[in-house]
Design a protein around this ligand. Structure first.
Ligand code: NDP
Ligand code: 2IT
Length: 444
């Protein structure tokens, strides 16, 4: 009789209409069964029942006035999921698809990811159904100020430290932090991803993408492979995708395809990252514009087609459930031998099965994309001691953290009899540290 099936059943019953949250809970708890057998006192103390229930969920109205003078109403959220090993920590997502299910799945994943970094940070996530696309700078600022006017009372450098995620980049972090500082009348590290001139850390912008490649490089090395000479396909063209592409190239790979939510580009000469940076980071344009500057490249409508491009290594860096069974089968048929998840939960459970059945090196999100939040924790450290470290120092720390995560995850998989299953290794290793802290601290 499986010990944790009851917990999964209760989560589904208690939280109907939250499919993404169910998916994340199932994936983690199904791999924790041997842990429940090994540590019966954790079962008795209700650790498994408690870890799937957020400590606090804040939902609030965000009102603002658009450029035409119309009142707009959005919904804001902060899910403070678990604070056993440190202050709540996790990004804010602004996207029209944002709802409770998505933020609970992200907050739940964040608990284990943050634990794996080895830094003292708990798990959280937040955001809004606000869509920054097509909004003027003034509209984005007014929205961010209104959002923070409620959120500021719930966060703080020792309480909860938000950062960016989809739709929340340097611009939004600036407006959010400005309002936070104004309301609190104090300059503290209560948000990460800040600008370099006002408390931000070098390498934070690059960290998730670079960290992903450092992790994948370790996983490849263990199988006698590397990025050198490999063909890479990356989905997305946002913060994570851009810096994954840059690092993959620097490690000797050729990135031939990238996408946005409208479609994808294929450039047989290798994608020009500077063009992508200009189009996406500065001009906020669609990826289709790339072909204007690189006539050898082709643009195709529909983002899921990106997985039909032949590659050795696939790096999904856009959003959840963007890579399904059919896409996984196509990748495998085309000879893809490694997948590194830059996005959170980008592969469906069926796709992951295809990867394992075909011995694809599978680097799961909560381990492989932990470099962003790890560098956020390094930003918190620098803010606390009121200094800023040089680029090389932060980058070296990031690399060391990613290598440590790989070693922890792969040795935990081996210890639990699942050699090469980095997904099970990540879930177990991430969980054990948090469970130990929850047990020690008594009921909460
Ligand atoms: P950005 O907003 O910078 O970029 C998101 C990219 O994904 C864009 O190219 C966007 O296209 C595409 N995208 C978003 N939603 C969809 C969708 N529903 N279907 C298809 N494409 C979509 O976000 P990030 O790069 O920061 O985040 C990407 C992923 O990485 C997310 O899953 C995030 O949770 C995860 N992540 C981010 C970290 C960070 O530090 N930023 C850290 C760890 C994980 P379009 O412009 O057309 O919307
Ligand atoms: O999903 C993630 O890990 C992030 N969006 C980064 C969170 C952070 O606090 O840096």
């Amino acid at each position: 009789m499986k010990i944790l099936q009851n917990v999964i059943d209760r989560v589904i019953e208690k939280n109907p209409n939250e499919p993404e949250f169910h998916q994340a809970v199932k994936e983690v708890l199904e791999s924790l069964e041997p842990v429940a057998e090994r540590y019966p006192h954790w079962v008795k103390a209700g650790i498994f029942d408690r870890i799937v229930e957020p400590e606090r969920q804040i939902i609030f109205r965000v009102t603002w006035v658009d450029d035409n003078g119309n009142v707009q109403v959005n919904r804001g959220y902060r899910i403070q999921f678990n604070s056993a090993i440190g202050p709540y920590k996790g990004g804010l997502r602004f996207h029209p698809s944002v709802n409770l299910s998505i933020l609970k799945f992200l907050g739940f994943e964040q608990i284990f990811k943050n634990s794996l970094t080895g830094m003292p940070i708990g798990g959280a996530k937040g955001g809004s159904d606000f869509d920054p696309k097509g909004k003027s700078e003034g509209e984005i600022m007014r929205f961010c100020q209104s959002f923070m006017t409620e959120l500021y009372r719930h966060i703080g450098e020792d309480t909860d430290v938000p950062a960016g995620d989809i739709g929340v980049g340097a611009k939004e972090i600036g407006f959010l932090y400005g309002q936070y500082k104004r309301l609190k009348n104090s300059f503290t590290g209560a948000i990460t991803g800040k600008g370099i001139t006002w408390g931000g850390s070098l390498v934070r912008k690059e960290a998730t993408g670079y960290g992903l490649c450092y992790f994948v490089e370790e996983a490849l090395k263990a199988k006698g492979r590397s990025f050198e000479g490999a063909t890479v396909v990356i989905s997305g063209s946002g913060n994570v995708a851009i810096y994954a592409a840059e690092k993959a190239e620097r490690l000797g790979a050729k990135v031939v395809a990238m996408s946005d939510s409208n479609g994808y580009i294929y450039d047989p000469d290798g994608i020009n990252i500077d063009t992508i940076k200009r189009l996406k980071e500065i001009e906020r344009k669609r990826i289709s514009e790339y072909v204007k500057y690189h006539p050898n490249a082709k643009y195709f409508d529909g983002c899921s087609g990106v997985w039909s491009i032949k590659c050795d290594i696939a790096l999904p860096c856009a959003t959840q459930n963007e890579l399904d069974k059919k896409a996984a089968e196509t990748l495998v048929a085309n000879g893809c031998y490694a997948v590194g998840e830059g996005a959170n939960m980008p592969s469906t459970p069926e796709a992951i099965k295809v990867f394992f059945n075909n011995k694809v090196i599978f680097c799961p999100a909560k381990a492989a994309n932990a470099g962003g939040v790890a560098t956020s924790a390094l930003e918190m450290t620098q803010n606390s001691i009121r200094c800023s470290w040089p680029f090389e120092k932060v980058d070296a720390k990031l690399k060391e953290i990613m290598i440590n995560i790989y070693n922890t995850v792969s040795s935990t998989a081996k210890e639990y009899g699942c050699e090469d299953n980095l997904l099970v290794g990540a879930n177990i290793a991430g969980f054990i540290k948090v469970a130990d802290a929850m047990y020690a601290q008594g009921l909460f």
